[in-house]
Ligand binder design. Structure first.
Ligand SMILES: Nc1c(NC[C@H](O)[C@H](O)[C@H](O)CO)[nH]c(=O)[nH]c1=O
Ligand SMILES: CC(=O)[C@@H](O)COP(=O)(O)O
Length: 145
């Protein structure tokens, strides 16, 4: 069983932003001498289910999971559901299923806010999500859950 292998689940709704966040996450993972795989889904709403599929459906064992995506408000209430449900489902995976999850799903008003957070030279939220998953995996190991 690999104790330092992580699954990045990336929403490709905005490819350019996703690429930047994934690179930030990869840099953080590799800085901690860990390894990773990537799994892409259409949008943020699909991230939690993809994580659950990977957790229960493969022989592979992942120390933790990193959710990466960007949700930008549109004209309707769909934004609220995508943001709220993806966050809620990630928390459910963490709390109910003891999965070490880092949530890097940006919930923003526009592309400017998105880039400020995705950009590795600015807020680098992809790295933050990876570091959160790494820390939660360490806690899982410490508490033997
Ligand atoms: N508007 C954004 C979405 N919407 C798509 C949903 O995430 C989902 O793929 C669709 O409802 C089909 O189930 N997704 C993002 O990641 N970012 C957005 O801004
Ligand atoms: C956050 C989204 O799902 C977004 O694409 C919805 O846009 P709209 O509310 O204009 O349909």
């Amino acid at each position: 069983m690999s104790l330092n292998h992580y699954l990045i689940v990336e929403a490709r709704f905005y490819d350019d932003l996703a690429d930047e966040m994934v690179q930030g996450a990869i840099e953080a993972i590799e800085a901690n001498n860990a390894t990773y795989e990537r799994l892409s889904v259409p949008g943020a709403l699909e991230i939690p289910a993809a994580m659950k599929f990977a957790d229960v459906g493969t022989a592979k064992v992942y120390a933790g999971y990193i959710a990466l995506g960007v949700v930008i408000r549109g004209e309707t209430s769909h934004y609220d559901y995508v943001c709220g449900e993806s966050a809620r489902a990630l928390q459910e995976l963490a709390i109910t299923h003891n999965m070490a999850v880092g949530n890097g799903i940006l919930t923003v008003e526009d592309h400017e806010q998105a880039w400020a957070r995705a950009d590795r030279k600015r807020k680098n939220k992809g790295a933050d999500a990876a570091n959160a998953a790494l820390r939660m995996a360490a806690l899982k190991s410490e508490f033997k859950v």
